[in-house]
Design a protein around this ligand. Structure first.
Ligand code: HXC
Length: 262
């Protein structure tokens, strides 16, 4: 597939690379329309299927990760378009099917669908100029890609209500204090920081990495005892992998592990 609204690249050693997807509609502050979301889903799936890729970074421009769904495109839609034809939201949940870690490297605005997109990623590293918000209320709508569900899980009810009901933005430091963001770094260090984290993840055994992601995500889908049992079974399963033997043998013999992702 040829992409018009995103850029893709890779970084790192050939054997284990980081796949980078950059949202690229800078004039519209990376407003998310159906074509962009189709391209994004396709690029993420291609990286997920590529055995040489160990981790994925999703990023935008300095001024905007994404300022939300494309309001111009949505303005004339009616119920028959959005419900009947599944315009706007059709590809979003596919992002949750990506099994390799996806890090959001966020600078500038992450608003509406842009904020929801960051929350579909596995963790968020923010530049100090990042601003997060769910301003849909100002347009007469509510978040439509998981914002009312993932934001309260990330920051608690009070702040989620505050953001969704007032439409205000929160800056990177507030987002970090609230637990939405895992790290805040100066803008010019954002990609270095994200790449450092991604390359570290690439250096580990892929099966354990995928299992850790799947198990943490299960925390949002199940009660505690079911979640703990799910984790326990994955933990047990990893003892059937070569990487577990390699990782533990390397530790015991004080050498660097060479994971084979098997
Ligand atoms: C379409 C957008 C856009 C958007 C910005 N632009 N956001 N176009 N959809 N969501 C366009 C502007 O129209 C403008 O185009 C150009 O990008 C630059 O934006 P400005 O407003 O001139 O920039 P600035 O003054 O710096 O303000 C930045 C901003 C503001 C605060 C981010 O643009 C803004 O409030 N945008 C809308 C944010 C929003 O409401 N997001 C939620 C959307 S609803 P021109 O042609 O004039 O240069 C949503 C629902 C999700 O996301 C549902 C699930 C999928």
């Amino acid at each position: 597939m040829t992409y018009e609204m995103i850029l893709t690249s890779t970084q790192g050693p050939d054997s284990r690379k980081v796949g980078i997807v950059t949202l690229n509609r800078p004039k519209q502050l990376n407003a998310l329309n159906d074509q962009l979301m189709d391209e994004l889903a396709s690029a993420l799936k291609a990286f997920d299927a590529d055995e040489s890729i160990g981790c994925i970074i999703l990023t935008g421009s300095e001024k905007a990760f994404a300022a939300g769904a494309d309001i111009g495109a949505m303005a004339q839609y009616g119920f028959a378009d959005v419900y009947g034809k599944d315009y706007i939201t059709r590809n979003w949940e596919q992002i949750r099917d990506i099994r390799k870690p996806v890090i959001a490297a966020v600078s500038g605005f992450a608003l509406g669908g842009g904020c929801e997109l960051t929350m579909m990623c596995d963790f968020i590293i923010a530049a100090d100029n990042a601003k997060f918000g769910q301003p849909e209320i100002k347009l007469g709508i509510i978040p439509g890609a998981g914002g009312t569900q993932r934001l309260p899980r990330a920051v608690g009810k009070s702040k989620a209500m505050d953001l969704a009901l007032t439409g205000r933005m929160m800056d990177a430091n507030e987002a970090e204090r609230a637990g939405l963001v895992s790290r805040v770094v100066p803008l010019d260090k954002l990609m270095d920081e994200a790449l450092g984290a991604a390359l570290m993840i690439c250096s580990y055994g892929q099966l354990a990495v995928m299992a850790a992601k799947e198990s943490i995500n299960r925390a949002f889908e199940s009660g505690l005892s079911d979640g703990v049992m799910f984790e326990r079974r994955l933990f047990h399963a990893l003892f059937a992998t070569s990487d577990q033997k390699e990782g533990m043998d390397a530790f015991v013999n004080k050498r660097k592990p060479a994971f084979t992702h098997r």
